[in-house]
Write a protein that binds this ligand. Structure first.
Ligand code: SAH
Length: 470
C-alpha cells in the first residue's frame, strides 16, 4: 500500500494554496467545503477566487510565496504553472513536516487527493496512487450510479438513533441484526421516499421488537434489456424477500434478483391465465401480512396496461404500505431499439397507446379518432386482434398504405422488426410471436434509416409486396 487513506478533519485548520488560477480555485473550493481556513498566495486571482476573498471565505495571504507562510499550516497545495515555485513549496513543506501536494506532479506529493463519492456522512474515496487517474474516475462513475442518493440521509438518521438503541439493546449482536433489518427494510424505503419522521418511527417500532410490517414495491422491469432497469428497481430487487413476476419479465432481468429471494411466477398470457388476478392480489396481501418485503415485478411500466392499480387497491384497502417504481414501457423501449421515434415534426405530432386486448364485454375505443393521420398509434397485445384492428382503422379512414411495424421482443437479443403497410397488418402479425408491439404511422419508415440495434435473429419474412424486414 503506497498511501494510507485517511479522512482528515480540516475544520478551522490553516491550509495554504499557492496559485490563484482555475486549478487552484478547484482546490480552494474543496478545502473550503471541508471547513478549512484557506490562505491563498498568488499575484493574480481567478475571478471566482477573488469573489471568495471578497466574501471573506478565504484569505489572500500574499502575492508571492515565502517558506515562512508554511509555519503553523496543516497542509499545503501548490498549483502554480511555475516549476521552481512548486518545487520550493514542496521542499519547504517537507522541511517543516507539513503535508504537501503539488498538483499533477505525483513525486512531489506527500499526500494525494482521491476521487470522492460524497453521500455525507458516507464518503467513498478512490485512488490509483497516481498510476491511472482515468481508471479511478471511471470506477467513481460506476459507484456513483450504484450508491443511492439517500444513503447519506439514511446514515444521518441512523446516527441520531444510535445512542437510543445502545440503551435499549445492550447486546452488540442484536444491534447489528437491528441495523441489518433497518437498512434493508421499511426504514430504508421510507428514507428513500423522503419520509423522515415516519422513518424514525419505523426505527422506534423495530427496536420495540414489533413485527416489521411487510410492504410491497410495484416495480417496472422494462421491456427486457436488463440495462434499462432503473437504479431503484435494481436496489429493491436485491433487497426483496419475495418476488412475484410474470412472463413478460426477461430472464436477464430475473438474473439480477437477490439469490435468496423466493420467486413466485404469476405468469399471465392472453388466452390462458396460470394464476388469476384475484389469486395474485391475494398472494401479495398474504406475503406482505407475513412481514415480507415483496417486489411485484412487471414487464415495462406497471401502470401501463399492467393492472398495477388493481393490485395496489387491494393493498391500500388492507393498509399495507406500498411504493411504485416506473419502468420503461414497451412503446418507449421497443421503438427506441427499432429506430422508430414515436413523434416527429413532419409525420406525427401525437402518439396514442391502446391495447388490443379488451374486456370481454367489448371494445370501447373511438376508432375514428384512432384512424386519424399525423399520429402514431401503438398497440399493445394486438397480435390476436390484428385483423379486426386493420379493418377498423381502414374503415374509419386511415390509408391502407400507411406504413406499419411490428416489433417482436423489443430491446432483447432476439428482437425482430417487421415492416409493411396497414393492409398487411394481419398477415405480418401472423408471422410474429408474443410479446410484440404494433406501431402504425409514417414514423415507422424511419426504422430503415435509424435502426441501430441488431438482434440475434434477423427477420426471414418473405417480403409481401412492399413489406420489408430489418
Ligand atoms: N406494462 C407493459 C405492458 C403489458 S401488456 C409495458 O409497459 O410495456 C403486454 C404487451 O406489451 C405485450 O403483448 C406486447 O404488446 C407489449 N410488450 C411488452 N414487452 C414487449 C417487448 N419487449 N417487445 C414488444 N412488445 C412488448
Amino acid at each position: 500500500m503506497d498511501y494510507l487513506p485517511i479522512f482528515a478533519d480540516l475544520k478551522r485548520r490553516p491550509c495554504l494554496v499557492v496559485g490563484g488560477g482555475e486549478v487552484a480555485w478547484r482546490k480552494i473550493r474543496m478545502l473550503h467545503k471541508a471547513g478549512a481556513e484557506v490562505r491563498v498566495v498568488a499575484p493574480e486571482l481567478h475571478p471566482e477566487v477573488a469573489a471568495m476573498v471578497h466574501r471573506q471565505e478565504v484569505l489572500h495571504w500574499g502575492d508571492s510565496f515565502a517558506p515562512e507562510q508554511l509555519d503553523g499550516v496543516f497542509l499545503a497545495i501548490a498549483a502554480t504553472d511555475k516549476k521552481a515555485v512548486n518545487a520550493l513549496v514542496y521542499q519547504s513543506a517537507n522541511q517543516r513536516q507539513v503535508l504537501v501536494n503539488v498538483v499533477d506532479d505525483q513525486p512531489r506529493c506527500s499526500f494525494i487527493v482521491p476521487s470522492i463519492i460524497d453521500r455525507s456522512p458516507i464518503i467513498v474515496a478512490i485512488s490509483s496512487a497516481g498510476k491511472a487517474p482515468v481508471l479511478a474516475r471511471l470506477l467513481r462513475e460506476k459507484l456513483e450510479a450504484l450508491i443511492p442518493q439517500h444513503l447519506g440521509n439514511m446514515a444521518e438518521l441512523a446516527g441520531r438513533f444510535r445512542d437510543r438503541l445502545k440503551a435499549k439493546l445492550p447486546s452488540l449482536t442484536l444491534r447489528r441484526k437491528f441495523w441489518e433489518t433497518a437498512f434493508t427494510g421499511r426504514f430504508e424505503s421510507l428514507v428513500a421516499s423522503g419520509q423522515e419522521q415516519q422513518a424514525m418511527d419505523a426505527l422506534e417500532q423495530l427496536s420495540q421488537g414489533l413485527e416489521p410490517r411487510g410492504e410491497v414495491a410495484l416495480v417496472g422491469a422494462g421491456p427486457g434489456d436488463a440495462s434499462l432497469l432503473t437504479l431503484r428497481a435494481l436496489q429493491l430487487m436485491q433487497q426483496a424477500d419475495v418476488v412475484l413476476y410474470d412472463y413478460l419479465v426477461s430472464d436477464e432481468v430475473m438474473e439480477l434478483v437477490r439469490r435468496d429471494a423466493e420467486l413466485v411466477c404469476v405468469g399471465k398470457r392472453a388466452g390462458f391465465h396460470s394464476v388469476s388476478q384475484e389469486q395474485t392480489n391475494q398472494l401479495l396481501l398474504e406475503y406482505a401480512q407475513k412481514g415480507k418485503r415483496v417486489v411485484r415485478l412487471k414487464g415495462g411500466d406497471p401502470f401501463i396496461f399492467g393492472r398495477g392499480a388493481e393490485e395496489l387497491s387491494v393493498l391500500a384497502q388492507a393498509n399495507i404500505p406500498f411504493q411504485v417504481v416506473p419502468g420503461i414501457t414497451a412503446a418507449a423501449g421497443a421503438t427506441a431499439y427499432a429506430g422508430i421515434p414515436l413523434t416527429h415534426r413532419d409525420f406525427a405530432q401525437s402518439a396514442v397507446f391502446i391495447t388490443g386486448h379488451q374486456k370481454p364485454d367489448g371494445d370501447a375505443l373511438d376508432w375514428s379518432t384512432l384512424a386519424r393521420g399525423q399520429q402514431t398509434l401503438v398497440i399493445y397485445m394486438g397480435l390476436m386482434k390484428s385483423p379486426y384492428i386493420q379493418q377498423q382503422l381502414i374503415e374509419h379512414g386511415r390509408d391502407s398504405a400507411t406504413p406499419i411495424a411490428i416489433i417482436e421482443r423489443g430491446t432483447q437479443r432476439q428482437q425482430r422488426v417487421l415492416t409493411g403497410q396497414l393492409s398487411q397488418l394481419s398477415e405480418l402479425a401472423a408471422q410474429a410471436e408474443s410479446p410484440s408491439l404494433i406501431v402504425v404511422g409514417e414514423v415507422t419508415t424511419l426504422a430503415h434509416q435509424l435502426h441501430w440495434f441488431s438482434g440475434e435473429t434477423q427477420s426471414d419474412i418473405p417480403a409481401p409486396q412492399a413489406a420489408l424486414s430489418l
